[in-house]
Design a protein around this ligand. Structure first.
Ligand SMILES: Nc1ncnc2c1ncn2[C@@H]1O[C@H](COP(=O)(O)OP(=O)(O)OP(=O)(O)O)[C@@H](O)[C@H]1O
Ligand SMILES: [Mg+2]
Length: 161
């Protein structure tokens, strides 16, 4: 099967005082269709690792290849595009923008993932209808319940990736 993700010798030290060495040489290979659970005690670095392989953060050293691309060689903009176009996230803490409406939250995500402006309203409506939030389009993000916030996962071609 296609190699989707390869992390090699990933190190991460947060540059706090004193510095916190969290990851010290993590390797992972993921092929299409595989499901992997990252398990460890609280504070062991699971979210740190997911942030790095999810291109939200960079490793202190080591490589992350996504779909054959060495992500360390990409510009910040190219990394954002790759992330928005290929990765889905369910965050430990939701990241719904509280001061924007539900519809605006999704429009921003669609914009980052490169959906042309004209296609965004239909995509947003369809996404909200799928998760039963049609009536909440104009509600501010911060007014949603915890469970409603968790439904705002914008999946462009969910069966493709
Ligand atoms: N931005 C940061 N700056 C400094 N230290 C951090 C930062 N983020 C996380 N840490 C520290 O790095 C360590 C790993 O944190 P991380 O959130 O990756 O753990 P986790 O395995 O996801 O834990 P949990 O199961 O509690 O969610 C912790 O000691 C945490 O305090
Ligand atoms: Mg965590």
């Amino acid at each position: 099967m296609t190699l989707v993700l390869r992390a090699r010798d990933v190190h991460k030290t947060y540059r706090t005082d004193p510095p916190v060495p969290v990851l010290t040489g993590v390797d992972l290979e993921l092929r299409a269709g595989e499901r992997v659970a990252v398990v460890g005690r609280s504070g062991s670095g699971k979210s740190t690792f997911l942030n790095i392989v999810g291109l939200l953060d960079t490793p202190t050293s080591g490589q992350v290849e996504l779909l054959g691309q060495d992500t360390g060689a990409l510009s910040a903009h190219a990394r954002d595009r790759l992330r928005a176009g290929t990765l889905g996230f369910v965050f430990q803490e939701h990241h719904v923008l509280g001061h924007r409406t539900v519809a605006e939250n999704l429009e921003i995500a669609a914009s980052i993932s490169g959906t042309p402006r004209a296609r965004r309203p239909a995509l947003v409506s369809a996404a909200l209808a799928r998760v039963g939030l049609t009536g909440r389009q104009q509600a501010l993000g911060r007014l949603l319940s915890g469970g409603e916030k968790q439904r705002l996962v914008l999946a462009d071609e969910p069966t493709g990736s």
